[in-house]
Design a protein around this ligand. Sequence first.
Ligand SMILES: NC(=O)c1ccc[n+]([C@@H]2O[C@H](COP(=O)([O-])OP(=O)(O)OC[C@H]3O[C@@H](n4cnc5c(N)ncnc54)[C@H](OP(=O)(O)O)[C@@H]3O)[C@@H](O)[C@H]2O)c1
Length: 330
Amino acid sequence: MLTNKYIVRASVVGTIIGGAVILKDYISSGNCPSKATIEGKTAIVTGANTGIGKETAMELARRGGRVIMACRDMGKCENAARDVRGKTLNHNVFAKHLDLASTKSIKEFAKHILKEEEHVDILINNAAVMRCPHLVTEDNFEMQFGVNHLGHFLITNLLLEKMKKSVNPRIINVSSLAHVVGDIDFEDLNWENKKYNTKAAYCQSKLANVLFTSELAKRLQGTGVTANSLHPGVADTELGRHTGMHKSTFSSTMLAPVFWFLVKSPKEAAQPGIYLAVSEDMAGISGKYFNVLKEKEPAPQALDQETARRLWEESAKLVHLEEALKECES
Ligand SMILES: NC(=O)c1ccc[n+]([C@@H]2O[C@H](COP(=O)([O-])OP(=O)(O)OC[C@H]3O[C@@H](n4cnc5c(N)ncnc54)[C@H](OP(=O)(O)O)[C@@H]3O)[C@@H](O)[C@H]2O)c1
């Protein structure tokens, strides 16, 4: 027979677990409040084979869109696209090659989309690499700045004329709260003359996402195309693969309860991007930064219009934007 002592202990443990679950639900909360469907619309999601990108593609497919999953590894991409088609029963889900670490690949992808797609309504610039060792892209850009910022800068610009022909087209740049400690070093954007710092390089690239969004929105005024950026929340994805913490014994044993408590699932972290892409509330909203589902002022350095303008000009020079636009037109 249970004594009173055990009953009291069991109820205390039950209350703690119940409280933790409620608090966890609160921390993770933030489902896209819109039920809008996107039949007839075409959406491109970069880095869609895993993590937040895959869940974003899944939800856009569930809402009836034609979804192009743009990834660098075609094996992973085909598998993910098959999974999305199977789970959503939407057969308009396609795997396409896009390596953001190669301007050649970006131009090939753009040429294909410009030729094959009647319209592009949603572009979600999601892919990223975080805190990798000092690597360079095919064009000798520092990897995090090259993939996270320059690659998305180029692909967005190459698809813009096509997007302008759509009804209420939307561009969503997935940034991060990490932008708040970011700094744009115009003297050395590609880390050629200073000691490499993996964290500062990631933060620079995520600040660049917010600055790019703001300048893009400014240049798009009057075209009908909107551009916004967001922080998705902290999620359990493969993003930490270069940090040593990802899937380590320490993180999967000692830190697991903390992670469970504080970290979202990729599906939960996909909600802000879905909201910005589909919600009726977001029609006509442009140039804003969202912390999960709420519009928020980004860090002061992300509001500096002169920095945003200069970053655009430097980025255009680095990726040879004018030549790339001519090449993709022809
Ligand atoms: N997870 C978080 O806590 C968190 C927090 C704040 C912001 N974010 C942002 O959320 C976005 C999604 O991140 P995630 O957490 O889902 O990370 P993830 O699981 O690591 O997914 C990143 C995706 O980017 C792709 N990618 C990397 N390099 C690429 C390249 N050169 N060309 C094309 N695709 C490339 C990856 O492809 P492979 O699988 O082939 O490498 C993968 O599909 C990122 O922009 C990240 O900065 C995430």
